[in-house]
Design a protein around this ligand. Structure first.
Ligand code: SAH
Length: 374
């Protein structure tokens, strides 16, 4: 039996915050050997056990000591929605009342979990519902990894479906590279053989282009990178992705080249490009995109815009999407059109809104009701 009870972490250390290195140090501070860390990781992340008393290969005194000073505190599941296409979305409440979203997308041969990294988002991309919510704070490592812990347990319990998480994408709410340390620690747990054992090619961090953090990331960890591009000139990108004013396209592409060069795995960079009707979906935009991507090992992900109330944008027509992708195919750029999933439960890209106590006051600028929450 798994327990989804919500524990208060006020005085106790949440062990979900620790990767193996931190957990080893924690046990060392208790005078325990390092193998206790791997035992505990297996209990928590593989067996889904959060009650120390059930961890029967730990000495009883250690179990009691842990119970006094530590806890495995997961997020609280507020709602669990299943789309007609099998996509599943959970609303998860943090201890401070903020609500974030996590989405599971089953596909033939794989299951992708889309994880949030922040409560809200500070970037304010003009076409994204999360941005409208404003920003509250970074998620802790425990809050990030709890999304995976809960999804794995809840899907495992779903015995009929046999669904499994094979891939994780940091493409939920927030900008992962603005929550660098906690995201990196969470990824280390995802990739740890004593925890989830995901291979580096199955974990993707998506960024709007935080250039210095892209360099830092390439220095310390191999995984896949996705860059949210959306425009091929600075004027338009400044409008769509305001972060571009800080890190314009030239700097962003230089960083992409450095990233590929530094990574041992040398995976292609995925570029995400949301197609907005009449804004960035014309033949001249495709031509500019082909030029921009020249010389970089890339995979282009075209995302038909997922509308939300008051966004002010329209989805490109099927003809425009087809024409755009064909132009790129002809230029021999590997291009996929992202299938819209989970639209009926507002789980599609850019529709994640959660329920954020906005500290940025951005949400007040918009008169439209929040999307994605009743
Ligand atoms: N901040 C990171 C992580 C969010 S990923 C980033 O920008 O990459 C979410 C992806 O969904 C991004 O590529 C984003 O541009 C895209 N997206 C946001 N709003 C969207 C919408 N309304 N329709 C389709 N895609 C959207």
């Amino acid at each position: 039996m798994i327990s989804l009870d919500w524990c208060s972490t006020e005085q106790k250390q949440n062990l979900l915050d620790f990767d193996r290195e931190a957990l080893t140090a924690y046990f060392a501070s208790m005078g325990e050997k390092s193998f206790r860390a791997t035992q505990l990781m297996k209990w928590i992340h593989q067996a889904g056990v959060t009650d120390f008393q059930q961890m029967d290969n730990l000495p009883k005194v250690l179990r009691l000591a842990l119970e006094k000073k530590a806890v495995v505190a997961n997020l609280q599941v507020v709602s669990d929605a299943l789309s007609t296409d099998g996509t599943r979305k959970w609303l998860l409440q943090l201890a401070d009342g903020n609500v974030i979203e996590t989405v599971f997308i089953p596909e033939a041969g794989r299951g992708t979990l889309c994880i949030s990294s922040q409560a809200g988002c500070a970037l304010d991309c003009s076409f994204c519902a999360t941005g409208r919510q404003g920003f509250n704070r970074n998620l802790t490592t425990g809050e990030i990894i709890s999304q995976l812990w809960l999804a794995a347990q809840l899907l495992d319990n779903d015995s009929k479906s046999g669904k499994r998480i094979t891939n994780v994408v940091m493409m939920g709410m927030g900008e992962p590279l603005l929550n660098f340390d906690n995201v990196v620690r969470a990824i280390r747990i995802m990739m740890d053989d004593f925890a989830y054992g995901l291979s580096k090619r199955r974990v993707t961090v998506s960024t709007a282009g935080v250039v210095p953090a892209m360099d830092r990331l390439a220095d310390i960890l191999d995984m896949r990178l996705a860059v949210s591009l959306h425009a091929t000139n600075d004027k338009l990108r400044n409008e769509l992705v305001p972060l571009n004013k800080k890190y314009p396209l030239k700097e962003l592409f230089q960083a992409c080249h450095r990233f590929v060069d530094k990574q041992k795995a040398r995976y292609r960079i995925t570029f995400e490009y949301v197609l907005l009707d009449g804004v960035n979906d014309k033949p001249e935009h495709a031509r500019a995109l082909i030029k921009l991507l020249d010389g970089l090992p890339t995979l282009l992900n075209l995302i038909p815009f997922n509308p939300f109330e008051g966004s002010g944008y329209k989805t490109s027509s099927p003809q425009a999407i087809k024409r755009f992708s064909e132009q790129l195919h002809k230029a021999e750029i590997t291009t996929v059109i992202r299938k819209t999933r989970g639209e009926d439960i507002a789980a599609a890209c850019g529709q994640l809104a959660g329920n954020i106590q906005d500290k940025s006051r951005r949400s007040r600028r918009f008169e439209t009701p929040r999307f994605g929450m009743k």
